[in-house]
Design a binder for this molecule. Structure first.
Ligand code: MLT
Length: 262
């Protein structure tokens, strides 16, 4: 089956930077990264099942299919290689993209993510979320996710960010939510892949991230040869949205450093 072309934003010129959103989000998560268009061609899709890509057919139930959708989007845009970035679930998809399309990866940006698969307790929590989504809709999932999605500083001091994140989560289609949860349950452990990564890698994590805490990023940093790690103070799991200036500065610095290599 031919992959659909994902709805997406595409702005700027320079090295292509593909940004894959987390769960249960859509491309609005990356709105603050439009500022990076002064240095890169920033491409932010709605993953199938979310945002305007909900119209593109049944949501996939594997992260491999999301990775293939992203590769098909690059095809449609005439892009051979890109810096592939993902936040949280988007990072899990970036690992799948690396396994399936590594020749197309110029560099990786791994934000607030982790390589490990779910343990039994994590799978049980996701099954509860699937039931809650089917029974009570996206709002119930937003209620369950919100406490972990933002850091304590943001929750105390940045009500606008909290409102924005809640709005994104509450508009997620139930079919997309269920598909993504099934896909995350089924995902393999990407830890063995870390040693195979031979492109430049920037890891970013909010110091207050409780879902994929800094210790996960430190372990990834140790396992990926030559990788860079930035910890953003007073930001949590959505570090790109909670402190866009700090996040964008890290990405700009990374793009500058990898320069002509991409
Ligand atoms: C995300 O932000 O994408 C989710 O927290 C990922 C997850 O639930 O593992």
């Amino acid at each position: 089956m031919t992959a659909p072309t994902l709805a997406h934003d595409d702005a700027g010129a320079g090295p292509p930077l593909l940004l894959l959103h987390g769960f249960p989000h859509d491309r609005a998560l990356w709105a603050p990264q439009r500022a990076l268009a002064r240095r890169a061609r920033v491409i932010a899709p709605d993953l199938r099942g979310f945002g305007a890509s909900a119209a593109a057919g049944a949501p996939p139930t594997t992260l491999d299919a999301h990775a293939d959708d992203a590769a098909a989007l690059l095809d449609a845009l005439g892009i051979e290689r890109a810096v592939v970035g993902g936040l949280s679930m988007g990072g899990y998809i970036a690992f799948a993209f690396w396994r399936r399309h590594r020749a197309r990866v110029a560099a990786l940006l791994l934000a607030d993510t982790r390589p490990g698969a779910d343990d039994a307790a994590g799978i049980a929590r996701r099954r509860e979320l699937i039931a809650a989504a089917r029974r009570d809709g996206a709002r119930a999932v937003a209620d369950a996710m919100m406490p972990g999605l933002l850091g304590k500083t943001t929750r105390a001091r940045r009500p606008g960010v909290e409102r924005e994140m809640r709005a994104i989560c509450e508009r997620a289609p139930v079919a997309g939510i269920v598909g993504a949860l099934e896909a995350m349950i089924a995902r393999p452990d990407s830890t063995p892949d870390l040693a195979t990564i031979d492109v430049p890698v920037q890891i970013v994590v909010g110091a207050e991230d409780v879902l994929t805490p800094p210790r996960e990023s430190e372990a990834m940093h140790a396992a990926i040869r030559g990788s860079r790690l930035a910890v953003i103070p007073e930001a949590g799991h959505a570090s790109n949205l909670e402190d866009p200036a700090a996040f964008n500065a890290v990405v700009e610095d990374f793009l500058r450093a990898i320069g002509r290599a991409i």
